[in-house]
Ligand binder design. Sequence first.
Ligand SMILES: Cc1cc2nc3c(=O)[nH]c(=O)nc-3n(C[C@H](O)[C@H](O)[C@H](O)COP(=O)(O)OP(=O)(O)OC[C@H]3O[C@@H](n4cnc5c(N)ncnc54)[C@H](O)[C@@H]3O)c2cc1C
Length: 416
Amino acid sequence: MTGCDIAIIGAGPYGISASAHLRTIKGLDVHTFGEPMDFWQRNMPKGMLLRSGWEASHIADPNQSLTLDIFRKQSGNHFSSPVPLDRFVNYGLWHQQHSVPDLDQRKIVCVEPGTRGFRLILADGESVLANRVVIAAGISSFTWRPPEFDNLPSSLATHTSEHIDFERFAGKEVLVVGGGQSALESAALLHEAGASVEIIARARQIRWLGGVVSRTIHRGFGPSISKLLYAPTDVGPAGISQIVARPDLVRRFSRPIQDWLRKRSIRPAGARWLVERLKDVPMHLGRSAVSATSKGASVKVRLDDGSERDFDHVFLGTGYRVDVSKYNFLAPKLAGSISRHQGYPRLTEGFETSFPGLHILGAPAVWSFGPLMQFVVGTHYSSCALMQFVARKAAGNRARVGEPLVAGLELSRPHD
Ligand SMILES: Cc1cc2nc3c(=O)[nH]c(=O)nc-3n(C[C@H](O)[C@H](O)[C@H](O)COP(=O)(O)OP(=O)(O)OC[C@H]3O[C@@H](n4cnc5c(N)ncnc54)[C@H](O)[C@@H]3O)c2cc1C
């Protein structure tokens, strides 16, 4: 049984970045677990382009020495925005190799409260004790499938996150359900792979990012007004973008306003560069499926206008619904003691849950810190906030046991 001060579960953008920051606290023993950039390699389609812009796709590191720009220069790769998925994966792996070279790729199968801190059990049976645990385990546990499709076998209906390539759908009739980026991009890639694709979405209209409003502002008022209304974080519409770029500010608003800001900022939408690629794909908008039944090797889908259609396969681009109790590595006692609102943990300063010493980063933090946390760009705020919180706690502990603070705690680089 080994021990550490902090165990981080997850080696995606949030886990890597948090680890890089916490390591700057001298004397702190940080242990990071997980397969690096796993979700991006196994649950996103080949050929995907990042929806977030260049400035919003850097994974935060404490010295700003591991940015996309530096990666591009050092790797000799020529790419720009929209960032191709394979380049972003390589960037994340490069970041991890520099920032968390001692990453432990083993899976955590259980986290339970210990007598002091937590006990983590690894897939190979080894145990690790940690004073604090930071969960940065992403959204793969939260895939959402509408109940109408529950009874279909995976040969007939799958979530978009289950596919990385689409060749096997060439010549097949495929229905894509959903009007957000995952659904629309999957539809474009399926169409380009030779499938005959149709889309159904509940929305009456597809919302395209970088649409009329932002282009009119840019053309009519120039780039400086555009910059005033849109933060480089690339999350949210004009004006709101600047508010949600500042999680400290978001937290000062009343709950109803925070909810409104969140809803306005992360509505289903498609990147503008998909418009042309989807021009030959029929879309049934303002429609939803009321039932889906298997019929031999195909699936019969009934829409709410009474029409029925047969498809070879249904792609559920229906997104994710956060519910931290679905992290299957959390011991039931621990999961049950996390205060939640509709599945989201109520987080306080330093992203700490109501269970002292347990922190959660990434999309589950959206309810407490705003929509930025659903995207890579949120690492800049969350990693600093976590680091400052832990540094203060460490300083407090050392002061209590009489250790001199100067020797005990120094940040390698001061943070404002
Ligand atoms: C199709 C799609 C496109 C997207 N495009 C963008 C985009 O363009 N820009 C953007 O900013 N965001 C985008 N996102 C959102 C993106 O998923 C998040 O920004 C990002 O992945 C969050 O990083 P994370 O570290 O929280 O989670 P992840 O990247 O999912 O990382 C989770 C990590 O946890 C590890 N893990 C999980 N469970 C365990 C365990 N039990 N033990 C050990 N390790 C574990 C995993 O192996 C992985 O390393 C997109 C999402 C989807 C689905």
